[in-house]
Design a protein around this ligand. Structure first.
Ligand code: HEM
Length: 462
């Protein structure tokens, strides 16, 4: 039975949280963790069960593994488990006065301005932009060639995210400095920055310059919209017109910060999952045929490409879901325990860094049959392996920090691979690359190039 401790009653005497074997003096489990954190955490689950500790250097971490443990983790109130205390490295990127720089309540209020825009029912208007951007991208690819896949997916998702989420002005300025500044801002997320976000390294100086130039660009657009009275149906407009509960308007600095938070949370994660999707399909080409057959059937009757037709592509949906399972871009979610949290007979003490690992959880063999196999049908009836518990599949997190962009991300990934698989054949001579655990968002190790060839004119999106 899972309980969360409350300060109002005395919990039963807690058992010690078991320690993962194999730790070394001083460094603990650091070497094994840096080499392959996911295998280490799966080993921990096999060995110790749903809750265990390990050490990275002198710091102790506790992993919550498995649906019941995830439930306890995600349900913990914010004053027990804090994301803010862990994600301080984002403050120089998102900016002061927003997201993890403010109280969790204020952060929720700020992100709440955009919740209605990201609800499934509100996504219809984005679907046309996603198709338009992907078709333009496909046109520019020409008849044949070679792609640096992660870079190409990064570019395409920047085009889509800047167009849908920020607004057409930023999309049109991609070539005029925004893409470069955004890239420098992305490089500001590095291991050193996680521990020392304000250290004056060259990467951090470029990050700060880029932040300033993006904020000037956004503020110019906001001012221009206010001056001309022009209104757009986009996130920038929504935040500009929002009011806090106490009636206060959102400042220009906060507008930039909220938009950057959403852009950062959503763009690179989507690019990485789009990349893995292509690589897994190339490794199991029979699914490419099945996906094309599904598309032929659906688009023969409904020649419009939009959110409704995408919804009918159930194999495409399961394919993306299988990639979320095998390659969740965020392999670790971290919180600092502020007040003891009880799970079963154990009490996780204040001060602990508590983790959930979507990547480890998605390979637990009692939940996912043959977990290393790419098998999208595991989500179809009657298997429905993800439906065993609400926290079996957790690539988008859960609880009060649950991703707000999941439906947007799915729509985008389905659009990208619907158009590109229809338009091109892709080829690679290599096996699927191993994950690159050195980066905050876990993509494949590079180089990761694929060749492509335009298919015959009989396709749908030509
Ligand atoms: C494949 C794409 C994506 C993945 C895998 C992903 C994954 C996640 C995960 C795991 C979290 C929870 C983090 C935690 O608990 O510490 C999260 C939070 C968040 N995501 Fe996403 N996300 C994706 C796309 C998006 C998109 C497209 C948007 C916006 C349009 C977005 C906006 C956010 C925001 C704002 C949060 C923070 C929520 C909060 O802390 O209250 N994400 N995402």
């Amino acid at each position: 039975m899972t309980t969360l401790s409350s300060t109002h009653h005395t919990p039963p005497p807690a058992k010690n949280i078991p320690m993962l074997t194999g730790g070394l003096p001083l460094i603990g489990h650091l070497t094994e963790f840096l080499k392959d954190p996911v295998s280490m955490l799966i080993r921990g689950w096999h060995e110790q069960g749903e809750l265990f500790q390990f050490r990275l250097g002198t710091r102790k971490f506790v992993l919550f593994a498995g649906p019941e443990a995830h439930d306890c983790y995600f349900r913990a109130p914010r004053d027990h488990m804090s994301a803010k205390d862990v994600y301080q490295f984002t403050v120089p990127i998102f900016g002061r006065g927003v997201a993890y720089d403010v109280s969790p309540e204020l952060m929720s209020e700020q992100l709440g301005f955009l919740y209605p825009e990201l609800r499934e029912s509100a996504l219809r208007k984005f679907s046309d932009i996603m198709f338009e951007e992907t078709m333009n991208f496909a046109d520019a690819m020409g008849q044949q060639g070679e792609l640096d896949l992660p870079q190409a997916m990064n570019q395409l998702t920047i085009n889509i995210a800047s167009h849908c989420l920020i607004g057409p002005e930023v999309r049109n300025q991609l070539n005029a400095g925004f893409a470069e500044s955004y890239h420098d801002l992305q490089n500001g997320i590095n291991t050193l920055g996680f521990f020392f976000p304000h250290l004056p390294t060259p990467a951090h100086r470029s990050r700060d310059r880029a932040r300033k130039s993006i904020s000037e660009m956004f503020e110019r657009i906001v001012m221009e919209r206010r001056r001309t009275g022009a209104r757009s149906d986009d996130f920038m407009q929504k935040v500009m017109e929002s009011r806090y509960k106490d009636g206060r308007a959102v400042t220009d600095e906060e507008i930039t910060g909220i938009l950057l938070t959403v852009l950062f949370a959503g763009q690179h994660t989507s690019a990485v999952l789009a990349t893995w999707t292509c690589l897994e399909l190339l490794n199991s080409p029979s699914y490419i045929d099945k996906l094309r057959n599904e598309m032929q059937e659906i688009y023969a009757n409904e020649n419009a490409s939009n959110i409704d037709t995408l919804k009918q592509q159930s194999l495409m949906e399961y394919t993306i879901r299988e990639n979320e399972r095998l390659h969740p871009p965020l392999i670790l979610l971290i919180r600092k325990v502020l007040k003891p949290v009880q799970f079963g007979d154990h009490s996780v003490p204040a001060g602990t860094l508590a983790m959930v690992s979507p990547a480890a959880a998605h390979r637990l063999p009692h939940l996912f049959a043959n977990p290393d196999r790419f098998y999208p049908e595991r989500f179809a009836s009657p298997n429905r392996e993800d439906k065993q518990h609400r926290y079996t599949l957790i690539g988008f997190g859960g609880g009060n920090h649950m991703c707000m962009g999941k439906h947007f991300a799915y729509l985008q990934l389905k659009t990208i691979w619907t158009v590109l698989l229809d338009r091109f054949d892709f080829f690679t001579d290599r096996d699927i690359p191993a994950p690159n655990y050195g980066s905050w968002v876990t993509g494949p190790k590079e180089p990761c190039r694929v060749r492509y060839q335009h298919r015959s004119k009989s396709g749908i999106f030509h």
